[in-house]
Design a protein. Structure first.
Length: 271
């Protein structure tokens, strides 16, 4: 893949004649309906709200993590209910600096769909004084069939014995084990290298340029990535895809690892 296969600009989006436009606003820890409420108050014209928690993940066994991959039939049903046919380009956006769009991009790519992320999200659109709509967009549901497995993943065993570089996308203090506000154990997967996801956004919420990305991803390969629950690490996978550098995602991430009694490392081995 190249950058223009992963991202789309405001100008290019505005020039599309036909597009399935999905708003996936979501923030960790906020009330379940908060993202949808912001969507109802103002969204890109024609956008439909895609719920990360109910469509892009599933919930249940803690040993699978907080946001394991969705059941394919549930994913197909959820996207079909939004009128996604897979026959026209799909564009996803959220709020600048959020990870929801990259998670949605990853899941839909994993399911074989052609999808891009609006670079800079909602803020990039409104910065050009482009219009917003309110309320729910009209939707004509469709029947959608999907096959999954189109992007690489690793499981816990593979993460623990990873042959290249495993990137930990969490904040440095969580990686070092100094604090853990969500999961049962603090620390990181032994051998993992910290590469915080915050570095993969510019000040205005866009993806950094290719030189910056190449420098951050300059590690012995192959590359894998994880975070707290498999959401923010998708931004690293997206960044790699923009460079043509595949990165395998560990969907269960630290929330699964720390619930399985596996080895834990603390501190930062790098000087």
């Amino acid at each position: 893949m190249a950058r223009d296969e992963v991202l789309i600009s405001v100008e290019a989006l505005a020039g599309l004649d036909s597009v399935d436009l999905l708003d996936v606003r979501w923030r960790l820890g906020e009330p379940a309906a908060a993202g949808r409420q912001r969507y109802l108050e103002g969204h890109l014209p024609g956008a439909r709200f895609l719920d990360l928690e109910t469509v892009l993940t599933r919930h249940g066994d803690p040993t699978e993590g907080r946001h394991p991959l969705p059941d394919p039939d549930t994913l197909a049903e959820g996207l079909g209910a939004l009128g996604v046919t897979g026959e026209v380009p799909i564009v996803i956006y959220d709020e600048a600096g959020s990870f929801a769009a990259s998670r949605a991009w990853w899941v839909l790519r994993w399911a074989g769909l052609d999808v891009r992320v609006l670079d800079g999200g909602l803020a990039a659109w409104t910065a050009q004084n482009r219009p917003l709509a309110s309320g729910d967009a009209a939707v004509e549901p469709v029947a959608l069939e999907l096959t999954v497995g189109h992007l690489p993943t690793i499981d816990a065993d593979e993460a623990g014995d990873f042959p290249g570089t495993l990137l930990d996308a969490r904040a440095p203090e969580r990686y070092r084990g100094e604090t853990e506000p969500i999961d049962p154990v603090a620390g990181h997967i032994p051998g993992a290298v910290n590469q915080p996801v915050s570095r993969f956004f510019t000040a205005d919420g866009r993806l950094p340029d290719d030189d910056a990305l190449a420098a951050m991803l300059d590690h012995p390969g192959p590359l894998g990535a994880y975070c707290g629950s498999g959401v923010s690490a998708a931004q690293l996978v997206l960044a790699g895809a923009a460079l043509g550098c595949p990165i395998a995602l560990y969907p269960g991430s630290w929330s699964a690892w720390s619930n399985q009694g596996r080895p834990v490392a603390v501190g930062d081995p790098r000087p």
